[in-house]
Design a protein around this ligand. Structure first.
Ligand SMILES: O=C(O)CCC(=O)C(=O)O
Ligand SMILES: [Fe+2]
Length: 174
């Protein structure tokens, strides 16, 4: 089961800019649904205008994740979904795997801020449960379809992330 974290993967000022853009754009581009858990708290990058600064920044981060997977594990991944997500105080996510599409292989989380309590990502590895603490600019990349994972409850403040899911077309049986 493969996972890795990279500190300082994205500059702090870029992360801060993404949080600001999220706040500016959520009304226009935010995912909306009457009852859904995710409603009014995420922006799908594919809903952003092509060529906009925000979309270009998010696409650049996606490329960084693709480069990381190639460098670390020799697999040529492709971006499937990239979202800016907000997690208000009190939210959490139980243990799950992410099979966004049948060929989803990897998940990645870029932590955009750290001015909140709780909100660690937990990874249930065979030997132990590891908790990844949010730090601005820290990137977590892992096999989201194989590693059960979730989010510890956010205490105070709002947690912001860029969450991504990727396929690995070149991955054979493991
Ligand atoms: O935000 C995180 O740390 C993980 C989120 C997650 O696993 C998901 O949205 O599927
Ligand atoms: Fe997940």
């Amino acid at each position: 089961m493969r996972w890795t974290t990279i500190d300082g993967a994205v500059e702090e000022r870029i992360c801060e800019g993404l949080v600001e853009s999220f706040r500016d754009g959520i009304g226009t581009y935010g995912f909306k649904n009457k009852v859904d858990f995710w409603s009014h708290r995420l922006i799908n990058s594919h809903d952003l205008p092509v060529g906009s600064e925000l979309r270009s920044t998010i696409d650049g981060i996606g490329q960084l994740v693709i480069d990381t997977i190639l460098r670390e594990w020799g697999e040529l991944a492709a971006m499937q979904v990239s979202q800016l997500v907000s997690w208000p105080a009190g939210t959490a996510q139980g243990a799950h795997i992410d099979r966004f599409f049948p060929d989803t292989a990897f998940a990645a989380i870029l932590y955009l801020n750290a001015d909140y309590s709780g909100g660690e990502t937990f990874l249930e590895l065979p030997e132990e449960t590891r908790r990844v603490s949010p730090r601005t600019g820290r990137l977590l990349v892992f096999e989201g379809t194989r590693i059960m994972h979730g989010v510890e409850q956010i205490g105070q403040g709002v947690r912001y992330t860029n969450a991504m899911w990727l396929s690995a077309p070149t991955a054979g049986p493991q």
